[in-house]
Design a protein around this ligand. Structure first.
Ligand code: SD4
Length: 339
């Protein structure tokens, strides 16, 4: 970092900001899978079964996040919070070691958006399908059209939200969560889910990388709102020569800096996964300013071609799940740059 920039950061009053340097020593593991938030433990376990038996990272990241999409009363998938019109709309994307990618957005009444994204990648000449077209494609591919009924938890949360109908979407800010609380996906005190997304990146025994990201987006969002999660380069990016990264948190701010692509490019330029994530978070602060960043959360996680991993976020509370053995599937608290 140049001296001038360092002074700039200092004048912004950032605490815990240290030199975003080049590679640091990290334990390299192969195969390896990491994923965002506490629901990542169960998702990693499913992905690990595939990786452990020599399977492909692409299969692992699809099957892994399908676990989270399947949870009813959970934060991701059809059980999640609806938009402000009371309808659940889902976004997902997937990317493999050959830079093939597929994405769906604003998809309704389909249980596994990640698998539809994979079909888009494998069966069409396109990268992205949205809305009714994505749903039509899914049904033609044999995905059942679900009822569209809200889960009990989502129904309750929506009714709660309707009482004020305040348009103040806040994503992922949770402070001071204890490591023991990781067993179940997080709910806020008012019963609402606070995480809407799982992003997963993996490296298989052959050394190939893939990633997936799936979300219901912001709870009670404007109808039609999309975040970063289905956008290749923002919510997810994989470069098999370098590494893979995924994002969570306030999608608008991840899109602004092409977040996951930036993390991968940082690794290409010699940064460790952790420092690559940190530099991307710093970029958000630079673009948005410290004061506004205190109102949001963004976290990145990444792995590199050597099987090193890392993550970084804006503020305290972000965590990610790391798995590289049958008995090694654990949560890591994300380091953060704002106090
Ligand atoms: C979005 N990035 O739609 C997603 C939200 C998220 O945990 O990550 N929630 O902006």
């Amino acid at each position: 970092m140049h001296r001038r920039n360092f002074l700039h950061w200092g004048s912004l009053g950032l605490s815990a900001l240290s030199f975003s340097g080049f590679r640091n020593a990290g334990i390299a593991q192969k195969p390896l899978v990491i994923s965002t938030w506490d629901a990542g433990i169960a998702a990693n376990a499913a992905a690990w079964k595939i990786l452990r038996s020599g399977g492909r990272a692409l299969d692992a990241v699809e099957k892994g996040v399908m676990v989270t999409e399947s949870e009813l009363n959970c934060c991701v998938g059809l059980g999640a919070n609806p938009d402000r019109d009371g309808l659940v709309t889902l976004d997902a994307c997937i990317m493999d070691e050959n830079a093939n990618c597929g994405s769906v957005a604003f998809l309704e009444r389909i249980k596994h958006p990640i698998s539809v994204a994979r079909r888009v990648m494998e069966k069409t000449p396109h990268v992205m399908l949205v809305g009714s077209g994505a749903q039509q494609f899914a049904v033609a591919e044999g995905f059942p059209l679900e009822s569209g009924k809200l889960s009990d938890d989502a129904e309750r949360a929506y009714k709660n939200w309707l009482q004020k109908s305040e348009y103040k979407p806040v994503i992922n800010i949770e402070r001071g969560k204890s490591p023991q609380a990781y067993a179940v996906p997080t709910k806020l005190a008012n019963g609402e889910w606070n995480h809407d997304t799982i992003g997963m990146v993996a490296i298989d025994a052959q050394g190939n990388l893939s990633g997936s990201c799936t979300t219901s987006g912001m709870g009670f969002k404007m109808r039609g709102r999309l975040g970063d999660s289905p956008i290749i380069g923002a919510g997810l990016f994989v470069d098999n020569e370098v590494g893979a990264a995924t994002a969570t948190g306030q999608g608008e701010d991840v899109i602004r800096i092409c977040g996951s692509h930036l993390v991968v490019e940082n690794m290409r330029n010699g940064y460790s996964p952790e420092n690559a994530c940190k530099a991307a978070v710093e970029r958000i602060v630079k673009v948005k300013g410290v004061a506004k960043c205190k109102e949001i959360q963004v976290g990145f996680i990444a792995i590199n071609k050597q099987g090193e991993y890392g993550g970084y976020c804006l503020q305290k509370g972000f965590s990610f799940a790391v798995c590289y053995a049958d008995d090694k599937n654990f949560m890591v608290d994300g380091k953060f740059i704002l106090s």
